[in-house]
Design a protein around this ligand. Structure first.
Ligand SMILES: C[S@@+](CC[C@H](N)C(=O)[O-])C[C@H]1O[C@@H](n2cnc3c(N)ncnc32)[C@H](O)[C@@H]1O
Length: 277
């Protein structure tokens, strides 16, 4: 389709706008997505398509392009041991320290939530952990760059694949079975989750994300390079309350790019704590 020069221009544009790094090895993937968008937008040449993406008044097409290239794989209770470690080893101590300050708010951010399964999972864990401990104000904020996945997240209806790791008791308590292969999140969860679009590279919007007790930013920084990872992670640090924790995906480590956090190993996972100043 396009010459190597064309592809470099696309790679640079994506990197600057989203932080995602597509190296040459992923050209086949990028090429197929560009072709798909060109067809749907009825744009005949790659050069014209690139120009369309570059024009400030065609953000719509840029958004569709981003949605075509993002990887949105997710499911409920993904990385179960990490969630268990969070619930059993980290959460109780955090609750205790908040109670000492008479603070009964709990704010959790599912950063890069894709179709929402992580947000619903966190809402279930918070509900389970805080029930019987008085009236807590629980908020789960869930964001993604991709508005298409956010529409699915807001609908909150999931198939068997998404639900496969959900313990049966939680499935029965928190979801309404629409049919054999379709489960709709119930009001207990919906009332505490808010979804909205957010690009990690948007500094102004990132600055508005404050006072989170826990941030889950899992399986997204693998698509970034160290430079854009560092930018995101340092913003996430600012978004946490002192003593708040950041959780990353299994294969993601930020030890070599920032020393802001105190690290702790739980199960086989690392948790990153913002120290008390
Ligand atoms: C593989 S999913 C991760 C979903 C979930 N956190 C999990 O671990 O199952 C990665 C998500 O990161 C989002 N993403 C990629 N770049 C982003 C950016 N610059 N800002 C916000 N979200 C981004 C994608 O749209 C995608 O939905």
């Amino acid at each position: 389709m396009s010459s190597p020069f064309d592809m470099q221009k696309f790679r640079t544009l994506i990197y600057n706008e989203t932080g995602m790094l597509f190296d040459e090895k992923k050209d086949y993937y990028l090429t197929s997505r560009i072709e798909q968008r060109m067809k749907e937008a009825r744009i005949p040449t790659v050069a014209e398509y690139y120009q369309t993406l570059m024009l400030g008044n065609t953000r719509d097409e840029f958004q569709k392009f981003v949605e075509a290239i993002t990887i949105n794989e997710t499911y409920m209770f993904r990385d179960f041991p990490q969630l268990q470690g969070f619930a059993e080893k980290i959460f109780p101590a955090h609750v205790e320290s908040k109670l000492k300050k008479k603070d009964k708010t709990m704010r959790v951010w599912s950063a890069a939530c894709s179709t929402g399964e992580e947000a619903y999972t966190l809402a279930i864990i918070l509900k389970e952990m805080l029930t019987g401990h008085g009236d807590w104000q629980i908020n789960v904020i869930a964001t993604d760059i991709d508005t298409k996945v956010l529409d699915i997240a807001k609908k909150g209806v999931y198939g068997a694949r998404s639900m496969k790791d959900t313990p049966l008791a939680y499935r029965q308590k928190y979801f309404i079975a629409e049919d054999k292969d379709s489960f709709s999140a119930g009001p207990l969860l919906r009332n505490i989750i808010k979804f909205h679009q957010l690009n990690f590279m948007d500094k102004e919007e990132m600055r508005k994300m404050r006072n989170f007790d826990f941030i889950f930013c899992r399986n997204v920084l693998i698509y970034f390079d160290d430079n854009s990872r560092k930018k995101v992670v340092e913003q996430l640090y600012e978004s946490l309350v002192p003593n708040g924790h950041l959780f990353l995906g299994h294969s993601e480590s930020i030890g070599r790019i920032t020393d802001f956090f105190e690290t702790q190993t739980i199960q086989s996972f690392m948790s990153y704590r913002k120290p008390l100043r």
